[in-house]
Design a protein around this ligand. Structure first.
Ligand code: HAM
Length: 424
């Protein structure tokens, strides 16, 4: 039997795992500047946590869930996204309580699972870096969240970013718009795709998002949500735009943009990149928005939320295509070469001491001849090579060679400790 990874999953191998660490590190640094802290929640939750939040008619819940009954008969699902679990944790741990500074701002990174058709940049196990901020109704936090995502991507030098925003308004706006949309679409009922027919009354906004060509033609002249906003919703969106302008963050408004998850209202946004290796047209690498009713939906008080999720695989595909520079050659400080069997323990000791001094150090583990060891040192790009033979061992010294200059000297471990700062 030949074992293979499950369809839609990937092994992240060295040295590419370095790119992941680099991206994660940059995210941590950027989010820290905005005073976000890390939250870690389970990779699986009760199925209802997702069905209640993402929405019963969403593709994520109806088609893409990795769900099963566990041995105790509980209906469990692997998380398809991060927001629902974080909201569940927010409510369960009463993070809305007075002892927590508002807004509560958290970030997370980790695997998510969706049973989708795998293709470039679309996997069944994929990774998101996400953030959520709870407890502020101010448009300022919408803008802060968007700015943070843009900052993070510019830090990584991703080129060709396009920020697209829209509003879904508040509940009253949504209700009015929903009816207007149904009234507009009903005469076209017979021409709509099967998916859209089903969504027409359950969730007509999703018809706007259809990939079907006839549907797209029909919705071209559909009414715009922007004409159905209540005064409050209008004001909120106007402020978001004004503040983005003030920060000189370019954006476009796409009033037909809806999101695949049902929990959003007010501001929604996507950050896209055009013409990439990921596919033709625009590809979304980061998406999010405001979700004011979700905390209540999962049993908490009336606390608003806003956040985004960013696809790490997509980001790395882009980075590799655009810069090919995210990956830096790994570099070793020391390689310790032992000559002869008698020095095995001595080299082990020297390596141990060097690592205690914070030097990245490597040695031979395959009992190879000195020549092969020197070759490894070269391949691994070692800055210094230490050589120990029996004579050196007796004299408690070793040879130290700086590879860039070829200078060599003989010294003891204590002498090396004395000059260690010069070697860094
Ligand atoms: P989402 O739009 O479903 O939103 O996913 C966010 C990002 O995750 C996408 O833009 C994409 O980059 C990446 N992504 C989604 N599915 C896949 C896949 N199958 N393979 C690779 N990458 C994928 C959310 O998940 C929301 N929780 C975002 C959010 C947070 N909204 C508020 N807070």
């Amino acid at each position: 039997m030949k074992y293979q990874k499950p369809k839609g999953t990937a092994d992240i191998l060295p040295p590419y795992s370095k790119e992941w660490q680099f991206v994660e590190q940059k995210a941590r640094e950027t989010f820290a500047l905005y005073n976000y802290e890390e939250i870690r929640t389970p990779m699986f939750e009760k199925f209802e946590v997702f069905s209640r939040s993402a929405g019963d008619t969403s593709d994520i819940v109806t088609k893409e869930m990795y769900d099963f009954d566990d041995k105790g008969g509980r209906h469990i699902a692997l998380r398809p996204e991060g927001t629902a679990g974080v909201v569940r944790a927010f409510v369960e741990n009463k993070l809305y309580g007075p002892e927590h500074q508002k807004p509560v701002k958290v970030y997370y990174m980790g695997p998510m699972f969706r049973y989708e058709r795998p293709q470039s940049g679309r996997l069944r196990e994929f990774h998101q870096i996400g953030v959520e901020a709870f407890g502020s109704d101010s448009p300022k936090i919408d803008v802060d969240t968007i700015t943070m995502a843009m900052d993070f991507l510019s830090q990584l030098k991703v080129a060709g970013l396009k920020l697209v925003i829209n509003t879904l308004g508040d509940q009253a706006s949504r209700q009015q718009y929903r009816q207007a949309l149904i009234d507009y679409l009903e005469p076209y009922y017979d021409e709509l795709s099967d998916d859209s027919k089903e969504r027409l009354h359950k969730n007509p906004l999703r018809v706007l998002d259809s990939k079907d060509a006839t549907d797209q033609e029909i919705v071209k002249d559909a009414p715009s949500i922007l004409d159905y906003l209540t005064e409050d919703a209008q004001k909120h969106f106007a402020q978001v735009k004004e503040q983005l302008d003030a920060l000189e963050i370019p954006y476009v408004v796409d009033s037909s943009m809806v999101r695949g998850l049902d929990y959003y209202n007010h501001t929604i946004f996507e950050i896209m990149v055009a013409d990439s290796a990921l596919g033709k047209g625009d590809v979304t690498i980061c998406a999010g928005g405001r979700y004011n009713g979700l905390v209540q939906e999962l049993g908490g008080p009336e606390v608003s939320g806003v956040g985004f999720g960013l696809g790490v695989e997509r980001l790395l595909l882009l980075l590799n295509e655009q810069t090919q520079a995210a990956l830096q050659a790994s570099r070793l400080d020391f390689y310790v070469v032992g000559i002869g069997e008698a020095v095995q323990t001595e080299t082990l000791k020297i390596v141990h001491e060097l690592r205690k001094m914070n030097f990245v150090t490597e040695q031979d583990y395959l009992e190879r001849k000195p020549k092969a060891q020197f070759k490894s040192a070269d391949k691994l790009n070692a800055r210094y090579v230490i050589t120990v033979g029996e004579a050196e061992m007796q004299a408690h010294v070793f040879k130290l060679k700086e590879m860039a200059t070829g200078t060599e000297k003989t010294l003891s471990l204590d002498e090396l400790k004395d000059i260690k700062n010069d070697l860094k």
